[in-house]
Design a binder for this molecule. Structure first.
Ligand SMILES: Cc1ncc(C[n+]2csc(CCOP(=O)(O)OP(=O)(O)O)c2C)c(N)n1
Length: 665
């Protein structure tokens, strides 16, 4: 169909009006992008994107990610006009309590919002992840006669996103991986928040992207026909490269007093609302105005979209009949197994097994899990040799094999985690990623967003303590585990031995509503055969359990996680029959147990408690109380062979015994 520039120009101005009125109503938010990108929005949502507003999660929709999440009114306005279930009332309640139009887009809160964005740059990483998922889906599910997955991922980003390091990591990866289903639109308006962009950037963006194997086009972002031409060329490009469209725009276009300057970025322009609305041809007495003609255009457009959807659905039905095995696997997407099911799939370890550490147990546990769940994929930031999370027997994911299940992310931990979020947002594949635990700091912003957006990403992060040894304090996490435990809805599991590791993996891969980090050791740990295997497995699932039951009236509780559990078990032998040892691999999972369970493990009547963990002590006081003690490391680590490092930093059985004996009562 021909681009209807006349009516879409009117729609663009009315979308500008919606943003002005919404920002004016709540006296906050950002006007610059919704006004500056109004023509881009009109072309995308009024003409070029494939979507079905009645089925926002239609698997073959084009994904649209607003990486510049501060421009959220852009997204809400166009989704509203596009026919998604976002009533005008919700635009009026922009940024209000419990509205579906929060300050920045939040996944799961608003139909059509593909990703939680706002922290700049993340959305670009997410879009790259969705492009990976799109390539994988085509390889896993399409058959020669049934191209049921051929969607594009379209991302809109500004100078801020482009300046962020995470974006660079992600776009380099996309170029290398030849993700030609990805279209990045750069809203180049020469303005950031504090100042003109020229104050902080002087790069040649086109040259930069060409150098990392992208195709680049540059257009006037207000010229709808030119933009559409560039967009169509990007969609049809045969180069096999991801596509960048640099769209030059005027920020806050429509408010002459501020447009083109940094004053146009935020809500400042809203005070010129009345004159701006008049200039845009909007009626003075009707706020949140959408004309009948614009409504009629979008109603007709919706019918076109629904017809396209129906055509796709026919192919989809035929595909289901022709390829029932593929359809069955596709149907399993998003259906998470129970932890009991996964535990059944993971064979028990031989009691005398000699493994290098819980990372090696993780390697062995991952294989049956990956065999059972074909949509699980893995990746590592150039550390497969150390993190040991390679899915055996499956190839690498690369341009020659999009069905590969192992992604080599390169040394790009931040990009890796943002890309994993994109894969998880998409929802078909189940991402797990890996690096050294100390580098969780490099992937923490997307981890936080995974927790916020309830994404079931699994982090297999190894080398979890001073047990790293010779590499020294730069590589020895001491505060990292506690820091991650502080993120709401983020599970951390630090198993002590192979069977606890089995439980930890079952917990992580059965979780539906949030991410899980598995903190695994580099150094060897003993197999704790004195505790029945099922107890260790199920105990890890519960978060904490009794590893050693007292054989006299309870007088002392020792708590430990991970590699320090063996020290607690040894200390208990020295401290007498009234000692209980509690293994606590996961605070978060334990906190979710019933009060009865928690009290049975940690009876409130017993206040003589000592915890041991090779990390900072603060959070453990929640479990040992103010009468208790914690043996830990409230300083950075040390470079030495691991056993010497443990000794030098006081993480020993003797230190635990001494701390227990120093308790009163
Ligand atoms: C990681 C991160 N840092 C800082 C901010 C605060 N912030 C929001 S918008 C913005 C400026 C963005 O400039 P640009 O991308 O050019 O957007 P435009 O001015 O075109 O709206 C900043 C610094 C943020 N949202 N995320």
């Amino acid at each position: 169909m021909k681009l209807q520039t006349e009516i879409l120009s009117v729609a663009a101005n009315q979308a500008r009006g919606l943003a002005i009125d919404a920002v004016h109503a709540c006296s906050s938010g950002h006007l610059g992008l919704p006004l500056g990108c109004a023509e881009i929005g009109a072309v995308l949502f009024g003409h070029a994107l494939n979507y079905n507003p009645e089925q926002p999660r239609w698997p073959n929709r084009d994904r649209f990610v607003l990486s510049a999440g501060h421009g959220s009114m852009f997204l809400y306005s166009w989704l509203h006009l596009g026919g998604y279930d976002i009533p005008l009332e919700q635009l009026k309640r922009f940024r209000a309590l419990h509205s579906i139009t929060p300050g920045h887009p939040e996944f799961g809160e608003t139909p059509g919002v593909e990703a939680t964005t706002g922290p700049l740059g993340q959305g670009i990483g997410n879009a790259v992840g969705m492009a990976v998922a799109g390539q994988m889906a085509a390889a896993h599910f399409n058959t020669p006669g049934h191209p049921i997955f051929d969607y594009h991922v379209v991302c809109l980003a500004g100078d801020g996103c482009m300046q962020e390091g995470v974006a660079m990591e992600a776009v380099e990866f996309a170029g290398h991986q030849k993700l030609d289903n990805l279209i990045l639109i750069y809203d180049s308006n020469y303005v950031t928040l504090d100042a003109m962009a020229a104050k902080t950037q002087s790069e040649n963006t086109a040259a930069r992207f060409k150098a990392i194997e992208w195709d680049v086009q540059t257009v006037d972002g207000h010229d709808m026909a030119a933009f559409l031409k560039a967009f169509n060329r990007a969609k049809k490009a045969k180069s096999g490269k991801p596509q960048l469209i640099i769209a030059h725009t005027v920020i806050a276009r429509g408010i002459p007093e501020v447009q083109g300057t940094q004053k146009g970025h935020g809500e400042g322009g809203a005070k010129f609302a009345d004159s701006a609305r008049a200039g845009l041809g909007l009626p003075a007495d009707q706020h949140f105005y959408v004309s009948e003609e614009v409504r009629a255009y979008f109603a007709a457009h919706k019918q076109r979209l629904l017809r396209a959807y129906k055509r796709w659905h026919k192919t989809y039905e035929a595909w289901r009949t022709a390829a029932p095995e593929r359809a069955a696997i596709f149907d399993s997407a998003g259906v998470h197994p129970t932890d009991a099911h996964l535990l059944e799939k993971i064979p028990l370890f031989a009691p005398d097994v000699k493994l290098g550490g819980t990372r090696a147990a993780g390697r062995d546990v991952l294989q049956p899990v990956a065999a059972d769940l074909p949509l699980v994929i893995g990746g590592s930031a150039d550390l497969y040799g150390s993190t040991l999370n390679y899915i055996a027997g499956a190839p690498d994911f690369d341009p020659t094999d999009r069905a590969g299940r192992n992604i080599r992310f390169g040394i790009r931990e931040h990009g890796m985690a943002a890309i994993a979020n994109g894969i998880a947002y998409d929802g078909v594949f189940r991402p797990s990623i890996a690096t050294f635990l100390v580098f969780a700091d490099y992937s923490r912003p997307p981890m936080r967003l995974a927790a916020l957006a309830k994404l079931p990403v699994v982090y297999i992060y190894t080398h979890d303590s001073i047990g790293v040894g010779e590499d020294g304090p730069t590589h020895e996490p001491v505060e990292t585990i506690s820091a991650l435990r502080l993120i709401p809805n983020f599970d951390v599991i630090r198993p002590a031995d192979p069977e606890e590791t089995a439980g930890a993996f079952a917990a992580a891969f059965s979780r539906r509503d949030g991410p899980t980090l598995l903190a695994l050791t580099r150094q060897a740990v003993p197999v704790l055969n004195e505790i029945p295997a099922q107890t260790r497995r199920e105990g890890a699932l519960k978060g904490a359990y009794i590893a050693l039951q007292e054989s006299a009236p309870l007088s002392l509780i020792l708590l430990a996680s991970g590699s320090e559990l063996q020290l607690a078990l040894a200390a208990a032998k020295e401290l007498g029959a009234g000692v209980r040892v509690v293994s606590m691999p996961s605070f978060e999972r334990f906190n979710r147990q019933t009060v009865d369970y928690r009290d049975a493990i940690l009876p409130p009547s017993c206040r003589r408690r000592v915890a041991i963990e090779a990390g900072v002590t603060g959070l453990w006081y929640k479990y040992v109380g103010m009468d208790g003690k914690v043996v830990g490391i409230d300083r950075f680590g040390i470079s030495a062979p691991a056993p010497e490092a443990f000794k030098a930093l006081g993480i020993t059985t003797a230190a635990l015994v001494a701390a227990a004996q120093s308790l009163s009562g």
